[in-house]
Write a protein that binds this ligand. Structure first.
Ligand SMILES: CC(C)(COP(=O)(O)OP(=O)(O)OC[C@H]1O[C@@H](n2cnc3c(N)ncnc32)[C@H](O)[C@@H]1OP(=O)(O)O)[C@@H](O)C(=O)NCCC(=O)NCCS
Length: 149
């Protein structure tokens, strides 16, 4: 498996993967993701030339911000997510950053698919540091998870 900076074609493949992850990403999320892919950094996991997972990130004030990640349904639980995360950790350490931050649905929210998402982050060393109440009607509360580098 290779982790590389996405080309335009990879970006389209990553969007297709996200579109198929319907339990996690709705229409509004996908619309925002497309813009975030263009304005920020995107890396993809590739096997035999085919994209199996993606991770979109930026940096702010000594931290990596993990914006979006996803692994194709058929490629999940094979270590692709962990490889993508490891790539971001290495990249963060290169710059001397102290942490990676990600936002997700709170543990208090019973929606099952995101229980799996949190299981992935907690397994990979993220800790819950903040609870953010939704400030816009229709948005969900979020928690901030942090992994120290
Ligand atoms: C979360 C996600 C990126 C993880 O990628 P992945 O390639 O499936 O995960 P990995 O195989 O690297 O998993 C590493 C470890 O995390 C934990 N983990 C991963 N998926 C899990 C799940 N569904 N349930 C419980 N634990 C899980 C496990 O401990 C796993 O190790 P194991 O398989 O040896 O038990 C992927 O499942 C996904 O795309 N989910 C939907 C989208 C999403 O939630 N994106 C993040 C929010 S933007």
């Amino acid at each position: 498996m290779q982790i590389i900076k996405a080309t335009k074609k990879d970006r389209a493949e990553a969007m297709k993967i996200a579109t198929d992850l319907k339990d996690w990403f709705n229409k509004e999320g996908l619309k925002n993701m497309k813009i975030d892919f263009e304005l920020n950094n995107l890396v993809v996991a590739k096997e035999d030339g085919k994209v199996s997972g993606f991770l979109c990130y930026s940096s702010f004030s000594g931290k990596m911000l993990l914006m979006w990640m996803g692994v194709a349904k058929e490629a999940q639980r094979k270590g692709v997510g962990q490889e993508l995360l490891k790539w971001l950790e290495d990249e963060g350490r290169k710059f001397g950053f102290h942490a990676i931050e990600v936002e997700t649905l709170p543990d208090e929210d019973s929606y099952e698919p995101y229980q799996r998402t949190r299981a992935f982050y907690y397994k990979n060393g993220f800790e819950r540091v903040l609870y953010k109440k939704a400030r816009v009607q229709g948005w969900d509360d979020q928690i901030v998870l942090e992994k120290k580098l």
